[in-house]
Design a protein around this ligand. Sequence first.
Ligand code: FES
Length: 129
Amino acid sequence: MVEPVGPYNPVVMDHFMHPKNMGEIEDADAIGEAVNPVCGDSMRLFIKVVDDRIVESRFLTFGCGAAIASSSITTEMIKGKTLDEVLRIRDQDVVDALGGLPAAKLHCSVLAEMALSAAVAVYRKRRGG
Ligand code: FES
């Protein structure tokens, strides 16, 4: 399916067309997985953590342009932040960082928030936290 690109602003378009940190981390400390209940699109977020801080993250997202842009900017937003700090990131923060999403695409940013909290939960569970 051809993605309609008209409604996206330049920031969204840049992250959609040139996603940052796309791919896997083979020796990730945790992988968070999420499926958007609205459309079924999915995201996997790989994180590396040192001293409770995210030092690297990458993503694989099977979804629309807004989902890919949300995933991409989320990997930039969380770099260097503590796990507690990233858990405070909400989908609206992702939308704001992108400079807004079309109303029909707002739900796409939820995928990033869900994958993020899942990754932290997996990491803490592995650590016995
Ligand atoms: S339409 Fe599924 S995440 Fe955007």
